[in-house]
Design a binder for this molecule. Structure first.
Ligand code: AMP
Length: 120
């Protein structure tokens, strides 16, 4: 899938849409989900234009990949969920029910997140 420069996270990265930033570094931004599914719900995104995990794994630099991985743990520490536990989810493509076509990890916690994965 080609990257869509008008997706909402690209617009957040350009500063066209506000966000509640939790943490940021050279390669990565973490911000609160606008519609939180749990008490803590933070999205971690690379600043580079990657559609999903497959694109990121193939095309991001090692430095970007390390920064992204570390940011997930940093978010858990900042939000206080590292000790109590949390879930990291990345929805990919149609079957994965990905709505925004810019790679993001959902970091969810602050309360029990439930079992994996109930059928609708
Ligand atoms: P996904 O279904 O994995 O693509 O998830 C997209 C997520 O982006 C959803 O949890 C939305 O609530 C969230 N979202 C959409 N627009 C915004 C926004 N402007 N700021 C923060 N989160 C957003």
């Amino acid at each position: 899938m080609a990257y869509d420069d008008d997706n909402v996270f690209a617009r957040i990265l350009r500063g066209e849409i506000p966000n509640k930033t939790v943490a940021e570094d050279e390669h990565t931004l973490a911000f609160e989900d606008i519609s939180p599914a749990r008490a803590v719900h933070v999205l971690v995104i690379p600043k580079g234009a990657y559609v999903d995990w497959v694109d990121f794994a193939a095309n991001a630099t090692a430095e970007e990949q390390v920064a992204f991985t570390r940011m997930i743990a940093r978010v858990a520490e900042i939000t206080g969920i590292a000790e109590t536990g949390f879930r990291v989810i990345s929805n990919i493509g149609e079957n994965g029910h990905q709505e925004v076509p810019h790679l993001h990890m959902h970091v969810l916690g602050g309360e029990p997140v439930g079992r994996m994965l109930p059928r609708d």
